[in-house]
Ligand binder design. Structure first.
Ligand code: 6PG
Length: 471
């Protein structure tokens, strides 16, 4: 054992198991740990090593002491556990067993602020810590995920050779694994990835529902349309899986018709939404996508209100407008908001994350990989704002009328379009030279004496309106 370098993986859920298999396939020696819970989690690591050929020679443990003792230093321990207190518990259990210079890595979907705190407290103890956003679901973990790394740079330099081996490769054969910054930078970027993912999924769901509203469009034709879009610049992993999902049937009926219409979430979309709001970076599409999921969860209320407020359609003869341009524009705006959150993290958290690198590691392995990301990877080399990019300008100039038509159609048919409308509202507002905010400023000053600046003011001194002191 002394001549071998072992990686240890904690947590044999789907992601932990598949990442372990990926390491093993790359010829990296691996030790597996899963806790022992009598009756529900017994011999889990051993069972996994027996089940998968590539894990047959892995060491397996359910005693943390023995697991840590078996690893050659500096130890490299990857924690693959659900975000939250479970991660803190395992870190606290590990600390007395570790030596200085050992490297702990959290590969779960942890909140970046938790990662920041853990980085600080572990570095005080001489233990190096990395928070890695891992995207690609179970297939990505096995075949090559996108890895968004943050934390101790020296630790990354020690383990990068192995991470690069297990990560996805882009079209040029370059690994989709990058160090993005200190502390929680990796988990921050993964959180934004998930926010973009929420809106990408919601946009497809909205387009699907709009297509379905047309009497001449059935599942099969929507599937074909999505497939044809896959042969264009609209191509994406999520659109591709959506087309495939539509092909499944049960007893000649589309399989998804039997799925309950309540979308769940594990929290990253809510963190992304809140984080954008807190740093002052508009992220209305991911927020709308999150709220669409939350609203969908109120199934019994929706059923009740659907009877109390029957849907009134104002013009049932309107024909289905062209949806593709609207879909494309909304996706560009969604990505603009997401990448802006990353760019603005420089002011908020001093990370200065390179957008070209982010687009590169999102170009393969992850859930939001797409032709659009490929395009952005090239375009961020010259400009750091998607709003400044010519393809978006062309799309808008050619598709604005259709975009309006889609919204008019949906209003007339009573179809909710949280993300499409959100994109439209954001776009209209961000391209409006004079907004309605001067009235907001006056209101704030009227009731709270908060002050405002005048249009032609020199300097930034706040002044008060003529209503001051009169109420
Ligand atoms: C990924 C995914 C993955 C998972 C999220 C989202 O990049 O592989 O984002 O991390 O799907 O946990 O889950 P929810 O939709 O349940 O929030």
């Amino acid at each position: 054992m002394n001549n071998k370098t072992y990686w240890g993986v904690i947590g044999m859920g789907v992601m932990g198991t598949n990442l372990s298999r990926n390491f093993a396939k790359q010829g990296i020696q691996i030790a597996l740990y899963n806790r022992f819970v009598r009756g529900s989690e017994e011999n889990i690591a051993l069972k996994k090593s027996k089940k998968y050929l590539e894990l047959n020679s892995a060491l397996t443990f359910e005693s943390l002491d023995l697991f840590v003792a078996a690893l050659q230093g500096p130890r490299k321990i990857l924690i693959m556990l659900p975000a939250g207190p479970v991660v803190d518990k395992i870190i606290n259990d590990l600390i007395p067993l570790l030596s200085k210079k050992d490297i702990l890595i959290d590969g779960g979907n942890s909140h970046y602020k938790d990662t920041e705190k853990r980085s600080i407290s572990l570095s005080e103890k001489g233990i190096k810590f990395l928070g890695i956003g891992v995207s690609g679901g179970e297939a990505g973990a096995l075949k090559g995920p996108s890895l968004m790394v943050g934390g101790d740079l020296k630790a990354y330099q020690i383990i990068s050779k192995d991470l690069v081996k297990i990560a996805a490769k882009d079209v040029n054969g370059q690994s989709c694994c990058e160090y993005l910054g200190s502390g929680g930078a990796g988990h921050y970027v993964k959180m934004v990835h998930n926010g973009i993912e929420y809106a990408e999924m919601q946009l497809i769901a909205e387009i699907f529902e709009i297509f379905l509203s047309d009497a001449d469009t059935d599942f099969h034709s929507i599937q074909n349309l999505f497939k044809s879009w896959q042969n264009s610049s609209s191509e994406s992993y999520l659109l591709g899986i959506s087309a495939e999902i539509l092909s499944y049937k049960k007893d000649s009926v589309p399989y998804i018709n039997g799925i309950l219409d309540q979308a769940s979430n594990k929290g990253t979309g809510a963190w992304a939404t809140a984080s954008g709001a807190l740093i002052g970076s508009p992220n209305s599409l991911m927020a709308s996508a999150l709220h669409a999921r939350l609203t969908s969860s109120s199934k019994s209320l929706r059923k009740k209100y659907s009877k109390e407020y029957p849907c009134m359609t104002s013009n049932s003869d309107t024909s289905l407008p062209n949806l593709k341009k609207t879909y494309d524009i909304c996706r560009w705006i969604n990505h603009h908001q997401g990448f802006e959150m990353i760019r603005q993290a420089e002011d908020a958290y001093k990370w200065n994350i390179n957008l070209v690198k982010v687009a590169q590691i999102w170009s393969e392995g992850c859930i939001i990989k797409s032709k659009l990301i490929d395009q952005l990877k090239l375009m961020f080399q010259d400009t750091n704002s998607i709003m400044e990019m010519n393809p978006l300008k062309t799309l808008v100039s050619q598709g604005q009328k259709e975009w309006n038509d889609v919204l008019i159609y949906c209003i007339e048919k009573g179809i909710p379009t949280p993300c499409i409308s959100s994109a439209w509202n954001y776009f209209k507002a961000i391209t409006q030279a004079r907004s309605n905010a001067y009235l907001i400023q006056a209101q704030r000053d009227f009731f709270g004496a908060h002050g405002f600046e005048l249009v032609d003011q020199k300097g930034d001194k706040k002044i008060h309106g003529p209503w001051a002191g009169k109420n």
